[in-house]
Ligand binder design. Structure first.
Ligand SMILES: *Cc1c(COP(=O)(O)O)cnc(C)c1O
Length: 231
């Protein structure tokens, strides 16, 4: 089933790119494998998935050594400062940076590890109490400040849009994130190292691609529904 799901998602991505006049190569699909067993990840791997996203540090570091070496890992979930040391230098990208303390810790651990860590700034794009992320109207200042940390590469922005039935309702938020992104680009000067807009999940990734997403994070659409009660 996972192979068929992945093929369907791939087709949807291609069609969304076509509608938007975009190149398929400019959109990275992140297979969000949280809560799923290794056998499911391997099935996705064998069907071609190479980029996996997890939202818990412990689960991420457990799965990482058990998957083939050419897998790229992304930390997409809320990150606590005390867990930073376990993932810096090991994940390609941390999507969820939204406070200065976390930035300082990532910078410190990256210096120690002798790496520059790629990160995104998470924006609470619909200003929801239940979500993490910097406020939309503070995102640009936060972003520019984050660029001053020498062992951190700020690559772009991430958002989690509201959970809605009709994905069209989220188009406004993807447009809003894109505007913040363009404002930042205009301020800092267009820079080939700033190239990521991580937005769109199972319910709304096609709309997100139409509005400029360069990374979509798809879990349920590939692996099926998650069961949080099994443990
Ligand atoms: C779980 C999760 C996803 C994937 O959600 P689906 O709706 O299952 O595609 C995407 N992004 C983040 C940050 C997540 O935690």
């Amino acid at each position: 089933m996972i192979r068929e799901n992945l093929e369907a998602v791939e087709k949807n991505i291609q069609e969304a790119c076509q509608r938007a006049g975009r190149d398929r190569k400019d959109v990275t699909l992140i297979a969000v494998s949280k809560t799923k067993p290794l056998s499911d990840l391997m099935e996705a791997y064998e069907a071609g998935a190479r980029v996996f996203g997890e939202n818990k540090v412990q689960e991420l570091v457990e799965k990482m050594p058990q998957m083939p070496d050419d897998v790229h890992w992304h930390m997409i979930g809320h990150l606590q400062k005390n867990k930073v040391k376990y993932i810096v230098g090991k994940v390609d990208l941390i999507h969820s940076v939204d406070n200065t303390g976390l930035l300082e810790e990532i910078n410190k651990r990256a210096e120690k590890a002798g790496v520059k860590q790629d990160i995104l700034i998470e924006v609470n794009i619909a200003d929801e109490d239940t979500k993490y992320g910097v406020r939309a109207d503070e995102a640009e200042e936060f972003y520019v400040n984050a660029m001053s940390f020498p062992y951190v590469n700020v690559r772009g922005l991430m958002c989690i849009a509201p959970n809605v039935e009709n994905p069209e309702l989220n188009r406004q938020y993807f447009v809003k994130l894109k505007k913040i992104y363009v404002d930042i680009m205009n301020r800092i000067g267009h820079n080939s190292r700033v190239d990521v807009m991580s937005m769109g999940m199972t319910g709304d990734y096609q709309v997100a691609i139409e509005e400029g997403a360069t990374m979509v994070r798809v879990g349920t659409g590939i692996f099926g529904a998650r069961n949080y009660n099994s443990e």
